[in-house]
Design a protein. Structure first.
Length: 434
C-alpha cells in the first residue's frame, strides 16, 4: 500500500466525508471523535475483501483450488501476526481468532482458570471486558488506582507476594479506554514473572496506537497473552485476536466444541486437535481476518512513529484548550500527560453529560461518547463518588446515571477539527449554543 501524501490521509477511509444532519435538518460535515469505541474502515480493506471474495471458500481440508487459496492465506495471516508483534520464539505461541477482545478474554477466563481457589489479579482501571469474565472464575483481586487514576504498581507486587502460588495470571489493560493511560507492560511483566505468574494484556486500546513487542528485550519482559480487536484498527468486521503461550492451551479443553476442533470422535470419546485448531470451532471469519491483516499492513506502512506523533499533537492541543475553558472538569492528569493516549474525558459544570454530547452531535456534527464507557468502577473513582451515589438512579426516578464525555483521536483527525470542537465548547459554556 502506497501513501503518497499523509496530509490527505482522510481520503484513505470510508465515511469521513459523509455529511450528517443536524437538528435543523441541514447537512453538515461530521467529525468523529469516538475512535476509542470503533474506527472507520479503510477503503483498501473493502477493495481487498471484494477481491478475495472471488476465491472465497471454506478453510481446512477442502481440496478445491479456492479452498487451498483461502486456507493458505488464513495460515499466512497468523505468521504475519507473529512477525508483526516481534515474537522471537514463534513455536511457543499460538494465534487464535475470536470475534473481539471481549470474547477473547472470556475464552481465556474459561480455559486458563482451573481451580476455584485460584486468584486472578486485575485492576480497577479495567474495561468491564477485563473484569466481569474473571468474576465468574476463581477469586478476583484488584489493584487500586491513585487519585489521578494511574495504577498503584506497588500494590501489584504486594498482592503477588502475599498470594504467591495462588496467582497464576495477572490480566491488565495496556492502555485505558477512559483516560488513555499507557501501562508499562514490560515492567509489569518482569514483576509478574518474578512471582511465577503470567501476564495477560488487554490490548484493545494499545495496539492501534503503539507498537507492541511481545518478546520485549529479555525473556522476563515477554507478554504471555495479548488480546485485541480489529474494529479499533480501521477494520470493523468482527475479528478479535488472542496471541498466547501454546502450553496453556495444550492440556485444557476448549470452551467451544464442534466442527474443526477434533481429530476423531468416537461414540463416547472425542480426541481434540492441538491448538489453535481446537480453539476455533466452526467456520472462521476469513474476510474479517484478511481485512485486519490489511489494516496492520497499513499501520506498518504509515508507521507507529507517525501515529504517535500525530495523536500526541492533537491530544496536547485539546488538553491545553480544555484547561483554558471555564467550567470544564477534566479527569485524569492534565499536567503530566506523556503516558496518555489521545483520549480526554471531561464534564461541564451544571450540564448533564448526555445533554452535552447531544448538543455536540446534533448541533455541530461532533461525535463523542458519553457515560461511563463500560468501566464503571474506574469512572466512579475518577469522579470520586461512592457506590451508593452511583446507584441512586436505579432507585430514584428523579436521578440520572452519572457519566462523562469522552473525545478520542485517531491518526486521521486534524488540528482544525480539534480547534472547531474547542470553539464549540466555548460557545456552549458562554450560552451561545444551547
Amino acid at each position: 500500500m502506497k501513501i503518497q501524501n499523509k496530509k490527505n490521509i482522510k481520503d484513505l477511509f470510508i465515511g469521513l466525508d459523509e455529511k450528517v444532519c443536524d437538528s435543523n435538518g441541514r447537512c453538515i460535515d461530521g467529525i468523529n471523535f469516538d475512535n476509542a469505541a470503533t474506527t472507520p474502515p479503510l477503503k483498501s480493506s473493502i477493495e481487498y475483501i471484494e477481491k478475495l471474495s472471488n476465491t472465497y471458500a471454506s478453510i481446512g481440508r477442502g481440496t478445491g483450488q479456492k479452498a487451498e487459496i483461502t486456507t493458505d492465506l488464513y495460515k499466512e495471516s497468523k505468521n504475519f501476526l507473529i512477525n508483526f508483534f516481534n515474537i522471537k520464539d514463534a513455536e511457543k505461541y499460538v494465534v487464535i481468532y475470536v470475534n473481539n477482545t471481549t470474547e477473547g478474554i472470556n475464552k481465556l477466563a474459561k480455559i486458563l482458570i482451573k481451580e476455584p481457589n485460584e486468584i486472578i489479579l486485575t485492576s480497577r482501571m479495567e474495561h468491564h471486558s477485563n473484569d466481569l469474565p474473571w468474576r465468574n472464575r476463581g477469586t478476583v483481586e484488584y489493584i487500586e488506582v491513585d487519585e489521578n487514576g494511574r495504577l498503584k504498581i506497588d500494590e501489584l507486587e504486594e498482592k503477588l507476594a502475599t498470594n504467591y502460588g495462588r496467582i497464576k495470571y495477572v490480566s491488565l489493560t495496556g492502555a485505558s479506554n477512559v483516560t488513555g493511560y499507557i501501562n508499562d507492560i514490560h515492567f509489569i511483566a518482569k514483576l509478574v514473572h518474578r512471582y511465577d505468574a503470567k501476564l495477560i494484556v488487554d490490548g484493545a486500546q494499545l495496539v492501534p496506537h503503539r507498537r507492541v513487542d511481545i518478546s520485549g528485550k529479555s525473556d522476563d519482559e515477554q507478554i504471555d497473552f495479548l488480546v485485541f480487536s480489529s474494529h479499533k484498527i480501521y477494520s470493523p468486521f468482527g475479528v478479535g485476536v488472542i496471541i498466547g503461550l501454546k502450553e496453556d492451551f495444550v492440556n485444557a479443553d476448549p470452551d467451544y466444541s464442534g466442527g474443526g476442533t477434533v481429530e476423531l470422535v468416537l461414540d463416547n470419546k472425542s480426541i481434540y486437535l492441538p491448538p489453535p485448531d481446537k480453539n476455533e470451532a466452526g467456520t472462521q471469519n476469513f474476510l474479517g481476518v484478511m481485512s485486519l491483516i490489511n489494516s496492520l499492513r497499513f499501520i506498518n506502512t504509515i508507521g507507529y512513529d507517525y501515529i504517535e506523533k500525530q495523536e500526541k499533537f492533537l491530544f496536547e492541543h485539546v488538553i491545553e484548550g480544555l484547561n483554558r475553558i471555564p467550567k470544564v472538569i477534566s479527569y485524569g492528569d492534565t499536567k503530566n500527560i506523556s503516558d496518555r493516549l489521545g483520549i480526554a474525558t471531561f464534564n461541564l459544570e451544571n450540564m448533564y453529560h448526555h445533554d452535552l454530547a447531544e448538543i455536540l452531535a446534533k448541533k455541530k456534527g461532533i461525535s463523542v461518547r458519553h457515560g461511563w464507557f463500560c468501566a464503571h468502577p474506574y469512572c466512579r473513582r475518577l469522579m470520586n463518588v461512592s457506590e451508593n451515589e452511583a446507584k441512586e438512579f436505579l432507585e430514584n426516578p428523579t436521578k440520572k446515571m452519572l457519566g462523562m464525555v469522552r473525545v478520542s483521536f485517531a491518526l486521521y483527525n486534524s488540528i482544525d477539527e480539534v480547534n472547531f470542537f474547542l470553539n464549540v465548547l466555548e460557545d456552549i459554556v458562554s450560552g451561545k449554543i444551547r
